[in-house]
Design a protein around this ligand. Structure first.
Ligand SMILES: NC(=O)c1ccc[n+]([C@@H]2O[C@H](COP(=O)([O-])OP(=O)(O)OC[C@H]3O[C@@H](n4cnc5c(N)ncnc54)[C@H](OP(=O)(O)O)[C@@H]3O)[C@@H](O)[C@H]2O)c1
Length: 249
């Protein structure tokens, strides 16, 4: 199937590793020109443009915003690093503000800067990476659960505002996809409980009906579909890629 991505320009944030890298690669394979942004600036594959971006640095975000005014994009994949693990109880105001300033506010600002170019073309795709924690909060990941809830509210609100311009705005929620981030979280859990990492992963897999962690490529397939011309009537949605892990409907 031709996804209609040839000749489109896609900016993928958090694209050097994990879910962002897999999404960037698949979009490029489908013919999009991909700009891969991350702190390292490493492009995950040949033929992509890697650029440096630190979402928690206002100056770095402003530089990207200025670039978007000059070089518009058709597709924006909003992804970010995950915040520190920890409970809801006892989180400082500063920790909440830092998480919001790294995961929410810059995403809102970058998307705002990308919208005029999409509106001018009457076509655009905004896909934001969330977490299963938006639907079913994950224990000991309070900052992620809380800030991503705000991102979900923003995404849904924006979807309605820009739908008349041919722009779709969706979220994809990973369950447990095998990346550096998941390995780090499993390590933290193992340390906290005294169990081995293998035992933590075995117990984790048992909670997933598919019986395994997902592959980044499986996640990227959904992101890429949402960026396609075929997905023109899907907007304001949050789609789970979780092997059935979330039990609620
Ligand atoms: N994997 C899962 O199962 C899962 C489940 C639920 C939610 N999530 C969330 O989905 C997102 C992506 O997950 P992942 O597993 O792919 O994470 P990952 O392996 O840690 O990759 C994160 C990516 O974001 C970039 N990044 C980190 N901090 C950044 C910053 N301040 N500014 C710009 N780029 C930054 C990293 O590159 P640099 O280090 O080069 O900047 C990297 O490319 C994370 O927010 C994660 O919490 C993942």
């Amino acid at each position: 199937m031709d996804l209609g991505l040839k000749g489109k320009t896609a900016l993928v944030i958090g694209a050097s590793r994990g879910l962002g890298a897999a999404s960037a690669k698949l979009l490029a394979e489908e013919g999009a020109h991909v700009i891969a942004a991350s702190r390292s600036g490493d492009a995950p594959a040949e033929g992509m443009e890697g650029i440096k971006l630190d979402l928690s640095d206002a100056g770095s975000v402003d530089a990207l915003i200025a670039r978007l005014a000059e070089q518009p994009v058709d597709i924006l994949v909003n992804n970010c690093g995950g915040p520190a693990a920890g409970p809801a109880k006892g989180q400082s105001k500063a920790a909440w503000a830092a998480a919001f300033d790294a995961m929410a506010a810059p995403i809102f600002a970058i998307t705002d800067a990308a919208l005029p170019g999409m509106i001018a073309k009457g076509w655009g795709r905004v896909v934001t990476v969330g977490s299963s924690g938006i639907v079913q909060p994950i224990p000991n990941l309070a900052l992620s659960n809380g800030v991503r809830g705000a991102v979900a509210g923003w995404s849904k609100t924006l979807a309605e505002e820009v739908a008349p311009h041919g722009i779709t705005v969706n979220m994809v929620l990973p369950g447990r996809i095998a990346t550096d981030r998941l390995a780090q979280l499993d390590g933290i859990k193992a340390e906290k409980t005294g169990a081995s990492v293998d035992a933590v992963q075995e117990a984790s897999r048992k909670t997933i009906p598919a019986g395994r962690y997902g592959k980044p490529e499986e996640f990227a397939s959904m992101v890429t579909y949402l960026c396609s011309t075929q997905a023109s009537y899907v907007t304001g949605s949050m789609i789970r890629v979780d092997g059935g892990m979330i039990r609620g409907m």
